[in-house]
Ligand binder design. Structure first.
Ligand code: NAD
Ligand code: MG
Length: 402
């Protein structure tokens, strides 16, 4: 596994700062990453470049705070606003997809992949192709183009460090074990805001209700995915690629306290678990400093105060999105790519008040079934193929919404 080799340079003030590129700098993960950097020992990290989507003012502020040398905004319309906001700061800027690519390819030791959705595929893949170590939060990259991503990583000798909390916990629980001794990997899910709701109540849930996650504070897309449990389905596909494990050895447990994030069962019956409070700054810090550790201001796990940890099986009846995603993982081919694209459109439509919560899973399932019926279910060989499937699926999903 490419992920289990230790990085060569330890982090800390005694060595040169680790140079970072931050893709998705203005989002929830981006801001948490900035917080980890700000509270790490002086000189542990420096930031080469930052990239964001469309908020020029927020990106400029982040670039200045992190003392980045280059800031890239994906939206070309924000070019002037970004330049003006950075005037006199010494930070160079650019706008449009090429600028984001330029930011992704800045010389660095580690790229934080924290763009939301398939928008992250191209820049993150470009960094991987250049042999960079990627700390990956942007799970949609691996759901959309997992096969090509992992082949590129192997070819380029690039390492992927899992930043998603469940995968980070499993990575730590693995402890460099021989892959042939791994029997099962379990990802936990909090169950989201609707864990105890009836199917009827969930079907009619509003965006405000779906955005009120009980344990995690995250960007809107991943928060809706967490409410539908689609997030756990996407994460199973992410684990399938990142750990190179068979789909049948991956499972999900609902764990409302969100303290145990991932578990590994070994051939001898041993189970190791990765635990932390639900705060992304812990997996972020683990990736930034890997294989060393840096201190964070994250609250520590106090098991006596929590009292008990509980686990339950997911309910596929009330949370059909998880079943749809698991079916797509098992079927393979283009279906994970189709699933990801259809889900992004469905979530957008739900947030815009155009479809009900219940329709997210049913629309995604219909788009996947239609791809199978047309025979469009072959595996994308390249990132370009995956992005073409993504584009066609978005088009079809938008048409289905008309
Ligand atoms: P977010 O919506 O808060 O932030 C997304 C970031 O991507 C923003 O900075 C946005 O400006 C940027 N962006 C959007 N399009 C872009 C483009 N074309 N080019 C460059 N930048 C672009 O999302 P988030 O919650 O920070 O999540 C980011 C990723 O991390 C997602 O894939 C999510 O599933 C994953 N993740 C998030 C969390 C979390 O706690 N937030 C936890 C685990 C995994
Ligand atoms: Mg996660």
């Amino acid at each position: 596994m490419t992920i289990s080799e230790p990085a060569s340079v330890p982090v800390g003030p005694a060595t040169a700062p680790r140079r970072l590129v931050l893709l998705g700098a203005t989002g929830s993960i981006g801001r948490s990453t900035a917080d980890v950097i700000a509270h790490a020992p002086e000189g542990a990290f420096e930031v080469a470049s930052v990239a964001g989507g469309s908020d020029a003012a927020a990106l400029a502020k982040m670039a200045i705070a992190l003392k980045a040398s280059f800031a890239a905004l994906a939206d070309p319309a924000g070019a002037d606003a970004l330049r003006e906001a950075l005037a006199g700061s010494g930070v160079r800027s650019g706008a449009g997809p090429e600028a984001v690519l330029e930011a992704a390819l800045h010389d660095c030791d580690l790229v934080v992949g924290a763009i939301a959705g398939a928008a992250g595929v191209e820049p993150t893949h470009a960094a991987l192709e250049a042999g960079r170590t990627i700390a990956l939060a942007n799970k949609e990259c691996l759901v959309c183009a997992g096969g090509p991503f992992m082949r590129t990583a192997a070819r380029a000798g690039a390492r992927l460090l899992p930043m998603d909390s469940e995968h980070n916990a499993i990575f730590q629980a693995l402890g460099g074990a021989d892959p042939s001794t791994i029997e099962q990997m379990i990802l936990t899910a909090s169950g989201g805001p609707f864990r105890t709701w009836t199917a009827e109540a969930i079907a009619a849930a509003t965006p405000q209700q779906a955005l009120a996650h009980p344990n995690w504070s995250m960007g809107p897309k991943v928060t809706i995915d967490s409410a539908s449990l689609m997030n756990k389905g996407l994460e199973l596909i992410e684990a399938f690629h990142i750990f190179g494990i068979e789909a049948g050895r991956l499972d999900v447990l609902v764990h409302p306290q969100s303290i145990v994030h991932g578990l590994v069962t070994f051939a001898d019956g041993s189970v190791t678990a990765g635990m932390a409070v639900p705060d992304m700054r812990t997996p972020i810090a683990h990736c930034l400093a890997y294989p060393d550790r840096v201190e964070t201001r994250v609250r520590r796990v106090d098991l006596a105060a929590i009292g008990s940890l509980s686990f339950e099986r997911p309910d596929f009846e009330r949370f059909p999105a998880l079943r749809v995603a698991m079916d797509c993982m098992k079927a393979g081919g283009s279906l994970p790519t189709v699933l990801n694209a259809a889900n992004e459109i469905a979530v957008e439509a739900f947030l815009a008040g155009r479809i009900s919560f219940h329709q997210i899973a049913s629309m995604v399932e219909q788009v996947c079934e239609a791809a199978v019926r047309r025979g469009d279910d072959g595996e994308p060989a390249t990132v370009g193929d995956a992005l073409e499937i993504d584009r066609m699926t978005r088009h079809r999903a938008r048409e289905a919404l008309m």
